[in-house]
Design a protein around this ligand. Structure first.
Ligand SMILES: *[C@@H]1O[C@H](CO)[C@@H](O)[C@H](O)[C@H]1NC(C)=O
Ligand SMILES: *[C@@H]1O[C@H](CO)[C@@H](O)[C@H](O)[C@H]1NC(C)=O
Ligand SMILES: *[C@@H]1O[C@H](CO)[C@@H](O)[C@H](O)[C@H]1NC(C)=O
Length: 325
């Protein structure tokens, strides 16, 4: 009897551990998810939740209405990356016939030294938009939204490109893509560009994935916060481009829904609420393609994975010399 019950207890313990592990990996949560297609709904929010003050407004940047505004989401300490971006894909005197402008979005730090450096940088380059919020990864939604608000208020550009500071960008390809998104990278001669003049453009790498339900994930999300089996279609937040019409619609929808910490998902939900179509382009990369000389990057619009700014500068310069950037 004693032998039997200890074996029994052991079995119960093993089953318990298995259940615990399965739960940890989110297996049971999947059974409780709701079908996205049939049930999707999302709570509204208050625009006042997004009232952050602009400490620096870079109001001179768009004194002339540009064709393209490049809005770089940067982190305070990444001054080297910003300097390389200023002389590569963010260089604003790049083309004689197309006006482009660039700004960097930053939050605040409580370190006086960082604060001092950013102030110096801002007075030198006048391209810093600084917002009064604590700059952390999970505050990226605030950064993106405040960047949109800045763009609508201070920059009458035709296209707006939102991008992280660890990207390679071909400004040339980006302009080509924006002018003719459905045909890129093929160019259509003889047909007037501007097909998108009256319609909306919100484009980048589009995907639709299920939420992470295992608890150790950086992207873990409880059912109570999001009960559906799929995210809405969304664009990788590291790089996306909009025209002014789409930006206004997206921003208006976004400030009227509940805040969500993943900025790409948040914008996906906002786009759904605003009935905006997402335009997918394979030439926006999340995983950096292997660089095998400029021709391997010929059609790339943007690629994540350039934390190393020396590497970015070298590759970008080679691609520019070859006419691909
Ligand atoms: C932008 O910032 C400058 C300098 O702080 C300030 O003088 C100006 O009034 C601000 N512009 C707007 C429109 O808020
Ligand atoms: C986000 O910023 C707000 C405002 O500065 C701050 O109160 C909050 O702690 C920050 N959140 C995170 C997760 O850092
Ligand atoms: C989006 O489309 C739906 C259904 O066609 C409509 O009910 C809703 O009002 C539209 N929303 C916006 C913001 O246009």
């Amino acid at each position: 009897m004693g032998w039997y019950s200890s074996k029994y207890a052991k079995n119960v313990a093993v089953i318990g551990i298995i259940i615990y592990i399965l739960d940890y990996f989110g297996i049971f949560k999947h059974y409780h998810e709701l079908d996205f297609q049939r049930h999707f709904d999302y709570p509204s929010g208050r625009p006042s939740d997004y009232d952050y003050t602009l400490i620096k407004n870079a109001s001179e940047v768009c004194e002339v209405s540009p064709r393209l505004a490049i809005i770089v989401k940067s982190a305070l300490q990444n001054i080297n990356r910003r300097n390389v971006i200023r002389r590569t894909w963010g260089y604003d005197r790049r083309f004689s016939d197309v006006q482009i402008r660039r700004v960097f979005l930053l939050g605040v730090s409580d370190d006086p030294k960082t604060d001092y450096i950013v102030r110096e940088e801002s007075s030198k380059f006048k391209d810093i938009v600084q917002i009064d919020f604590v700059d952390t990864y999970f505050n990226n939604t605030i950064k993106t939204l405040m960047g949109m608000q800045w763009a609508l208020k201070y920059c009458n550009s035709e296209y707006f490109f939102f991008v992280d500071d660890d990207y390679y960008v071909s400004t040339k390809n980006l302009l080509k893509f924006a002018n003719n998104p459905s045909f890129y990278p093929k160019s259509r001669q003889n047909i007037a560009a501007q097909e998108h003049e009256d319609s909306d453009l919100f484009a980048g790498f589009v995907l639709q994935t299920p939420p992470h339900r295992h608890k150790f994930s950086k992207w873990y999300i409880p059912l109570s916060e999001y009960p559906f089996d799929l995210w809405p279609p969304y664009i990788t937040a590291g790089a996306f481009v909009l025209n002014r019409n789409a930006l206004l619609k997206l921003f208006t929808a976004a400030i009227n829904i509940k805040k969500f910490r993943f900025d790409d998902i948040f914008l996906g939900i906002a786009a759904l609420k605003a009935n905006l179509t997402l335009t997918h382009c394979e030439m926006f990369y999340f995983n950096k393609p292997k660089y095998e000389g400029p021709s391997s990057y010929q059609n790339i619009v943007a690629s994540h994975g350039f934390q190393n700014s020396k590497e970015l500068e070298q590759i970008w310069n080679e691609c520019r010399s070859a006419g691909y950037a």
